[in-house]
Design a protein. Structure first.
Length: 229
C-alpha cells in the first residue's frame, strides 16, 4: 500500500511544521505533497524541508485535486495544515484499509482547546452526517478517480466527497484522533461558529448552492468581526 499525503496550504507558516512533524511521528508516508495556494508568508519554505511543494491557484478543492494528480500513491490522505495525526493514526488507517470493502474514511477528532462544546463536537466525529475534512480524509486512489475527485466548490467539498464515497464502499472511522486547531471557533466564538456551521450544512442538504452559501458565510464572518454589525 503506497500512501500519498496531500496538504493544501494558504499562509500556514505557524502550523505546517507541526502537521508535517505529525506525519513523520506517525511513521511517515511514501510521499508528502504540500499544495500551496499563493501564501505570502514562509509556508512554502518551511514545507519544503519535509515535503514536495506544488504551487496552484487558490481554492482548497482545486489545490487538493492538483495534489492528487501529482501523487503516486494508491491511497490518498488529505490533511489540513493545522491538523496533527495521532502517532498510531497511519498504522490504524492501514489496518482499516486491509478490508477490501472499505473505500476510505476519516479519523476521530479532537480540538486543541478544552471548551466543552468542542469536546462534544469531537465526540460526535464518528457520526456519518458529522464527518468533515478537519478529521483527515483517506481514500483509495481508484475510488477517488472514479468519483472525479473533489468537486471544485467554494466550501463543503469535503462533505460532498464523503457522501459520494459512501456509494463506493464502506467508510471507516479510525479510532486514533487527529488534533486540529480551534482557531476559527475561538476567533468567532464557539457557539456562533457551531451555529453557522450547522446552518450552512443544513442549507446545503436542502439544495442551496455552494456559491450562495459561500457568499453568506463570508458575510457572516465579516459581521462577527470587532467593530462590525
Amino acid at each position: 500500500m503506497r500512501l500519498s499525503v496531500i496538504v493544501p496550504t494558504l499562509n500556514e507558516a505557524a502550523w505546517i511544521a507541526g502537521c508535517l512533524g505529525g506525519i513523520r511521528a506517525a511513521g511517515g508516508a511514501d510521499e508528502v505533497l504540500v499544495v500551496d495556494g499563493g501564501s505570502t508568508d514562509a509556508t512554502a519554505q518551511i514545507a519544503a524541508r519535509e515535503a514536495r511543494v506544488l504551487h496552484t491557484p487558490r481554492g482548497r478543492a482545486v489545490q487538493m485535486n492538483a495534489g492528487a494528480r501529482h501523487a503516486s500513491g494508491d491511497v490518498l490522505l488529505f490533511l489540513h495544515a493545522d491538523t496533527v495525526l495521532h502517532p498510531d493514526g497511519l498504522a490504524r488507517m492501514r489496518r482499516a484499509l486491509a478490508d477490501p470493502r472499505v473505500a476510505g474514511g476519516t479519523f476521530t477528532l479532537r480540538f486543541d482547546h478544552p471548551h466543552p462544546l468542542l469536546r462534544f463536537y469531537g465526540a460526535c466525529s464518528t457520526l456519518p452526517w458529522l464527518r468533515f475534512g478537519d478529521q483527515g480524509i483517506f481514500v483509495r486512489r481508484h475510488v477517488f478517480d472514479a468519483l472525479g475527485g473533489y468537486r471544485e466548490m467554494p466550501l463543503l467539498e469535503d462533505v460532498d466527497l464523503l457522501r459520494r464515497m459512501r456509494r463506493m464502499g464502506r467508510l471507516a472511522v479510525v479510532p486514533a484522533p487527529v488534533t486540529t486547531s480551534a482557531r476559527r471557533f475561538l476567533e468567532r466564538g464557539v457557539v456562533r461558529q457551531q451555529l453557522v456551521n450547522g446552518a450552512v450544512l443544513a442549507a446545503w442538504h436542502l439544495g442551496v448552492s455552494p456559491d450562495r452559501l459561500a457568499r453568506w458565510y463570508r458575510g457572516s464572518r465579516r459581521a462577527g468581526e470587532p467593530g462590525r454589525g
